[in-house]
Design a binder for this molecule. Structure first.
Ligand SMILES: *[C@@H]1O[C@H](CO)[C@@H](O)[C@H](O)[C@H]1NC(C)=O
Ligand SMILES: *[C@@H]1O[C@H](CO)[C@@H](O)[C@H](O)[C@H]1NC(C)=O
Ligand SMILES: *[C@@H]1O[C@H](CO)[C@@H](O)[C@H](O)[C@H]1NC(C)=O
Ligand SMILES: *[C@@H]1O[C@H](CO)[C@@H](O)[C@H](O)[C@H]1NC(C)=O
Ligand SMILES: *[C@@H]1O[C@H](CO)[C@@H](O)[C@H](O)[C@H]1NC(C)=O
Ligand SMILES: *[C@@H]1O[C@H](CO)[C@@H](O)[C@H](O)[C@H]1NC(C)=O
Ligand SMILES: *[C@@H]1O[C@H](CO)[C@@H](O)[C@H](O)[C@H]1NC(C)=O
Ligand SMILES: *[C@@H]1O[C@H](CO)[C@@H](O)[C@H](O)[C@H]1NC(C)=O
Ligand SMILES: *[C@@H]1O[C@H](CO)[C@@H](O)[C@H](O)[C@H]1NC(C)=O
Ligand SMILES: CC(=O)N[C@H]1CO[C@H](CO)[C@@H](O)[C@@H]1O
Length: 501
């Protein structure tokens, strides 16, 4: 028996997940709307753009919101609200109607990439469970008819409480009550190339553990080695609750023989304000959790079971929802207040393309050391030409003329372009000859864009640079990072698996 499970572990490690999971992970944000002063959709989109938020999840398919998101390139996950689930799961015509009304009217202008059919259905409205899979199938069938099925994934968000015995992760399994739903559901996700949507709340795990889980372990803070959790079956080390829950889900799926369904975390976060019986609900803990979560996800660290495999995550949530009922903490999960002011400024050193109001660590784009001079010159020429950067600061006699080298001039031009593009993803690449740095490259009278000395493109978070919408296609920008998926992560997975074993 023991040797069988050992073999199983090897097997699962080596099985590559579908290509989708090997893309770079993204961080998105959930947009709840229970605010007394809910900003209008245009204001919401303005905030998303200013904060470089490129992925959002909605709890419905609000037409005004979807219209405001049109043309922004922001990827949108929409939801079928739970109260519509029974009707959709019982009638393919109702499902087709829902898709026609809520999806077809908005694509392709609005980039809808997924539909979450219901939210935590098994744990909140178990009476609808028998029709859950039909609902997904009917919605999917309607997408096939509209030839949108390859672009829009269909899934349903689960509470992680359907996973039992989740530590050690290798022993986790889905509550067997739900096998009749989970097995066909996983078959559906597998056959349609979709993913498991999972809500992961280390905050609740920590609160319910009565101090069995150390706070640091929930907050992604370093633990002394003797406190690190080790799964005795796999010998995998767990340094945080988030990874342990995601791996528990992978193991629960593999227990049902599904080994290639990726996971997207549809909700995770930490409240910033609570009442006196929530002493660990503080601004500082919320900031620590979300900052560390974002860094962890964007680093493509993956989990101990699947290192390097993306676990894209939506933060819960964009706004503090003051009209939610319940404990004070329920109303305080947001990153922003209704006016768009940040509740706290995240610490995102080095990950800084998102949530740009983190002014504590500014980033710049400069030429890499030791790269091909001709490539640099070509990139410099492109930036000052088609890239429309103002390069007048580098002409003879101007502040950034000295040192008169290709490296120095390219750095200035790259940084100017990067900030003009509001530091959008992929705008500091220039075919690989540029790199992001946190060191201000300004010198003497040469003030680099984004630096304190400049005219404030960065200081405010809401960048004053022109909107970069029209450039999001990338096709006319030969020096943008390409979106192609590199094969690297496959090797990382294989390599690490070998090392782990
Ligand atoms: C829409 O999202 C998909 C998936 O992320 C992406 O490949 C595509 O380029 C996006 N389209 C636009 C117009 O932004
Ligand atoms: C619904 O299903 C029935 C039979 O299962 C089929 O005849 C019909 O075409 C379907 N309708 C739609 C809108 O897909
Ligand atoms: C499994 O799910 C059923 C149905 O929701 C529930 O009654 C039961 O308590 C769950 N089991 C555990 C161990 O949580
Ligand atoms: C998983 O596969 C194993 C080996 O083929 C089989 O014994 C087991 O019954 C399967 N489990 C499920 C839930 O299908
Ligand atoms: C980022 O990933 C590297 C290797 O993949 C790892 O060594 C490092 O600890 C990770 N950093 C964070 C903050 O997760
Ligand atoms: C940038 O400005 C902030 C506040 O305006 C100041 O605290 C900081 O020291 C400045 N940094 C540099 C490098 O001048
Ligand atoms: C800032 O703006 C002023 C006037 O708009 C201009 O004279 C100055 O050169 C600018 N400084 C930099 C560093 O771009
Ligand atoms: C921030 O931007 C607003 C307008 O968007 C402006 O009124 C304010 O002066 C700016 N603050 C700083 C510090 O640049
Ligand atoms: C950026 O953050 C600072 C500090 O929290 C805040 O004062 C300012 O209003 C924010 N600006 C925007 C545009 O969010
Ligand atoms: C406030 C803050 O997060 N500052 C950080 C900026 O980046 C440097 C170098 O990475 C850190 O040392 C600071 O703590």
């Amino acid at each position: 028996m023991a040797s069988w499970s050992f073999m199983a572990v090897i097997f699962f490690h080596l099985l590559p997940l579908p290509a989708m999971a090997l893309q770079d992970a993204f961080v998105g944000v959930n947009i709840g709307t229970a605010l007394t002063d809910m900003p209008n959709p245009t204001q919401v989109v303005t905030l998303l753009k200013a904060q470089q938020i490129r992925h959002v999840r909605l709890y419905d398919a609000d037409p005004a919101m979807l219209t405001a998101l049109a043309g922004t390139g922001i990827r949108v996950t929409v939801s079928v609200p739970n109260q519509q689930l029974l009707a959709i799961g019982q009638s393919n015509a109702t499902a087709a109607n829902w898709v026609a009304r809520n999806i077809l009217t908005h694509v392709p202008a609005t980039n809808i990439t997924a539909i979450s059919v219901g939210s935590e259905v098994l744990t909140t409205i178990p009476n609808a469970a028998p029709v859950l899979v039909s609902a997904l199938q009917y919605i999917h069938a309607a997408l096939i008819a509209a030839r949108l099925d390859s672009h829009i994934k269909v899934s349903t968000a689960h509470s992680s409480s359907i996973i039992l015995d989740s530590f050690p992760p290798s022993q986790a399994f889905f509550n067997r009550t739900w096998d009749p739903v989970m097995i066909p559901l996983l078959k559906f996700l597998q056959s349609t190339g979709s993913y498991l949507m999972l809500n992961v709340y280390p905050y609740y795990d920590y609160m319910q553990s009565h101090d069995a889980i150390p706070l640091d372990y929930a907050l992604f803070r370093p633990l002394p080695p003797n406190k690190e959790a080790v799964d005795s079956n796999t010998l995998l080390h767990y340094t945080n609750v988030f990874d342990a829950v995601v791996d528990a889900a992978y193991f629960a799926m593999s227990y049902l023989n599904f080994t290639n369904v990726p996971i997207v975390v549809t909700e995770s976060g930490w409240p910033s304000k609570g009442d006196s019986n929530d002493p660990d609900v503080t601004l500082d803990n919320a900031n620590t959790y979300n900052s560390n979560l974002i860094k962890h996800v964007l680093n493509n660290t993956g989990t101990p079971k699947h290192p390097g495999v993306a676990v894209s995550t939506f933060i819960y949530e964009l706004y503090n929802e003051d009209s939610r009922t319940g404990a004070v903490s329920e109303k305080n999960w947001g990153l922003f207040d209704a006016t768009g002011r940040p509740i706290y400024v995240l610490h995102l050193t080095g990950s800084g393309t998102m949530l740009a109001n983190d002014t504590t660590n500014q980033t710049y784009c400069v030429a890499k050391e030791g790269v091909d001079r001709k490539m640099l010159q070509a990139a410099l020429d492109w930036a000052c030409g088609p890239g429309k950067v103002d390069c007048s600061g580098m002409v003879q006699g101007a502040g950034c003329y000295e040192p008169d080298t290709v490296v120095a001039h390219a750095s200035y031009a790259f940084d100017a372009y990067y900030h003009k593009m509001v530091m959008a993803e992929g705008t500091c690449d220039f075919k690989g000859v540029a790199t992001i740095t946190t060191t201000d490259p300004s010198h003497g009278s040469c003030i680099f864009p984004g630096s304190n000395g400049s005219n404030g493109t960065f200081i405010n978070g809401t960048s004053l640079a022109p909107s970069s919408d029209s450039t999001s296609s990338g096709s006319s920008f030969p020096f943008h990072a390409s979106n192609s998926i590199s094969c690297m992560p496959i090797f990382v997975v294989l390599f690490l698996s070998v090392v782990y074993l």
